[in-house]
Design a protein around this ligand. Structure first.
Ligand code: AMP
Ligand code: MG
Length: 444
């Protein structure tokens, strides 16, 4: 484990004014560690959605619990099948002869057939019904001719064991059904219920304290004096945090003075796992925030080669008198510009929150798209432009930008349906070039 004062050295090999996004992500990854075993709680199924499993869930039963039919049809002993079955030798029928069986009874889902069919008998069976003893194969009803209590069908193409779901085929008893670190999805709730499990051990949600900084900021409901703007970042942050199912703690607006900021940072650090601020890290504001971070903790990096999002402070804060004392929290000092807040959240903060949640981090899925226009891009920084992507009839993706890419233009995020992700080394993009896009659906 790194000691608090140690980690700025991880950035030593990079220009501190142009830390590549990939290097920043790596540093954040090293510092965002899962919390301990004591942070686990038990929740019922209805409260388990989007929570992170704290341990493997072992299947207590086989699912399905018994062999059952995958089709509506007739169950019989596959040994009666002629060639094509694995018991060809036991059958005296020529390949093209029809098989004739008499119907001994019916098996419905939840109502098994009680008897034991004899040779040359079959059981009318519905999907999900138990395969009767002595039977192992189901011929679908569409393939049979039924006359009275007898059926005939051509056995070619039916192999022994056809249309039978085996016990434990979905989930085998004693095997892990879901892994620790899994974020529980809708299908998982159903899966847990199918195992008869009513609740699971999950990690405590990561607590994230957040606030906005700026003398010019006004809250919704207040009047707007000249030069003032409404604080939108707290709403965007709240929404993004909720989407990640962490526990947001809203600390409001903090004025641009050292004492207010110090108070806010100390308060935030007590009880929170992560502290996120916006604003106050660009040139001009930066100095006292940086002084304060040095006084309360450690600064890992200050600027990253990213647009939007260049001024971004990352470090660890301590609630005690000196760094290393009291409670600690990771700190992300995001830029003030509203689009930069969103871009830095998704590309720098998101994975840290996942890791601290105990979730197995996963990469966001990028899709290759053809740029329908030239895009100006400077090599030596990652850019996250707002794009509108569409899929053509042949299945290819095409993307255009939303137009002016100012990092204060929040409407560009609402208008866009994806980020256009332009890599660190890439230069200008020509129309027709391939670029990566990150769809917003399910993300923002
Ligand atoms: P700063 O990083 O504090 O210099 O802020 C950069 C720009 O973002 C300025 O134009 C701010 O007015 C704007 N800004 C900062 N915080 C917020 C906020 N919470 N909501 C909306 N705009 C903001
Ligand atoms: Mg400011």
């Amino acid at each position: 484990m790194n000691t608090p004062r140690h980690f700025p050295s991880c950035v030593a090999e990079y220009d501190p004014n142009a830390l590549p996004v990939s290097a920043a992500q790596e540093i954040v990854r090293q510092w965002a560690l899962p919390r301990g075993r004591t942070e686990v709680e038990h929740v019922g199924l209805f409260n388990a959605l989007d929570r992170v499993l704290a341990e493997d869930v072992i299947s207590p039963i086989n699912v399905p619990s018994h062999d059952n039919s995958a089709m509506d049809g007739y169950a019989f002993d596959g040994a009666t099948l002629p060639s094509g079955s694995d018991h060809a030798a036991r059958s005296s029928l020529p390949d093209d002869a029809l098989l004739r069986l008499t119907v001994a009874g019916t098996a419905l889902a939840g109502q098994p057939f009680e008897g034991h069919p004899l040779a040359a008998q079959c059981v009318r069976i519905m999907t999900g019904a138990l395969i009767p003893p002595g039977c192992d194969t189901v011929v679908p009803q569409e393939l049979v001719q039924r006359t009275g209590d007898a059926i005939t069908f051509a056995p070619a193409g039916i192999v022994r064991g056809a249309n039978r779901r085996l016990a434990g085929e979905d989930l085998a008893q004693g095997q892990p059904a879901l892994r620790k670190g899994r974020i529980v999805r809708a299908s998982d709730l159903g899966l847990l219920a199918s195992l008869g499990i009513g609740g699971v051990e999950v990690q405590r949600r990561v607590r994230v304290a957040f606030f906005s900084t700026g003398d010019e900021l006004r809250s919704v409901g207040e009047g707007l004096a000249p030069g003032c703007v409404y604080d939108s970042n707290r709403y965007t942050l709240f929404a993004m945090l909720r989407r990640m199912n962490v526990e947001p703690v809203d600390l409001g607006i903090v004025r641009d003075d050292r004492a207010s900021l110090e108070r806010a940072l100390r308060q935030a650090t007590q009880g929170a796992d992560v502290v996120i601020s916006s604003g106050g890290v660009s040139v001009g504001d930066a100095d006292f925030t940086r002084d304060l971070m040095n006084a309360l903790g450690d600064v890992a990096f200050w600027k990253i080669a990213m647009r939007p999002g260049r001024p971004l402070a990352f470090g660890r804060l301590w609630s005690g008198k000196r760094p290393g004392e009291g409670e600690s929290a990771l700190f992300f000092g995001l830029p003030g510009n509203p689009v930069a807040v969103m871009a830095t959240f998704y590309f720098i903060v998101r994975e840290a929150l996942l890791a601290m949640s105990g979730a197995t981090p996963y990469s966001l899925p990028l899709i290759a798209a053809t740029s329908s226009q030239p895009i100006n891009k400077r090599a030596g920084r990652s850019e996250f432009q707002r794009g509108i992507a569409r899929r053509d009839t042949a299945g290819h993706w095409h993307v255009v930008t939303t137009g002016p890419q100012g990092s204060g233009v929040l409407s560009s995020m609402s208008e866009a349906n994806c980020f256009i992700v332009l890599k660190h080394d890439a230069g200008n993009i020509d129309a027709g070039d391939s670029v990566d896009i990150l769809p917003f659906d399910g993300l923002i």
